[in-house]
Design a protein around this ligand. Sequence first.
Ligand SMILES: *Cc1c(COP(=O)(O)O)cnc(C)c1O
Length: 378
Amino acid sequence: MGEEEAAAARRAILSGWVTQGPEVAAFEREFAASVGARHACAVSSCTAALHVALLAVGIAPGDEVVTVSHSFIATANAVRYAGAHPVFIDIEPETLNMDPRLVAAALSSRTRAILCVHQLGMPCDVGVLAAIARGRGVPLIEDAACAAGSQIRASGGWEPIGRPHGDIACFSFHPRKLLSTGDGGMLTTKDAELDARFRLLRHHGMSVPDTVRHASTTVVTESYPSLGFNYRMSDIQAAVGREQLKRLPAIVAKRRELAGRYTEALRHVPGVTTPREPEWARTNWQSYVVRLRDGLDQTRVMQQMLDEGIATRRGVMNAHREPAYPEGTWRTTSEGLEHSEEAQDATIVLPLYHELTCQDQDRVIESLSRACGGSGIA
Ligand SMILES: *Cc1c(COP(=O)(O)O)cnc(C)c1O
């Protein structure tokens, strides 16, 4: 973030609106246009967006939602906020995304939704998943927390994630993601009725938004037709988001260039497998995750790199391995979650940010190569 974001926050503060108002409405219009969505509804986080999405499609206690364990814990948590049980299916090792071939075995008479994740920005196979969901008559919700700026090939051309290709897509604007409002989230959909439900749920279930009441020349009395939440985004955050949205294409382009450099250089490093981008996907490379060969200890490699001044992160977590997920709160299929667990234990996230210089990137490549037992000359 820079001067533009600071000036935008100042503008919102001095406008007198501060909370959800015209900046939020403008950010929603601009975000919707950028992903080609008919409707976009801003909320306080992607976790809130996922909760709202699940409630809007009618998820209720006792229902099952087919999803992945191999994700940030908020994905599975949102299912439980709605009183439902996550049914975890395994991932494809190369993309870290839900394996569509495993969905059929996870469906039961209690399945009410499929919640897929575009993990770390890498598009999952939403075309195939949407067809499965349609065949089953359940909605497909996309956890697109990391996927602002990612694209997928659909109906012959490249389309941004978020159109959406399922029924609802949920984005995060946490600082960890490419586009940030400090904290924040967005729901996109083609369905006007769903969008109306999002707007009720995010604002205490209140029938009249503040903007409408403020603009009215007659006295307006609101009602509360459903149980809602305070999941609003503030105008200060939205003003910052509008500036961030302008930067997104350049940030994605730079990351794709740097990721390409990693992939090219790391091809020659034994013991390291680079991530695969399917030919129908263009990831924003929110994170660049490599897999270490069997026998290479993840923590040892990370420590050796840290000793050389290079910070890495372990791969994506698995919700089902956490104490917050005791038996009875979730189930899986007979295929189990072997690839999910392997990915957590054998992958590391390399430094990648749009200001990364080629020189620093070469240091990372050399350090990783040394830590994996190579000469360090990639
Ligand atoms: C970051 C993230 C979330 C949570 O986003 P917040 O905006 O922090 O609530 C949910 N799902 C995935 C896959 C994420 O990476």
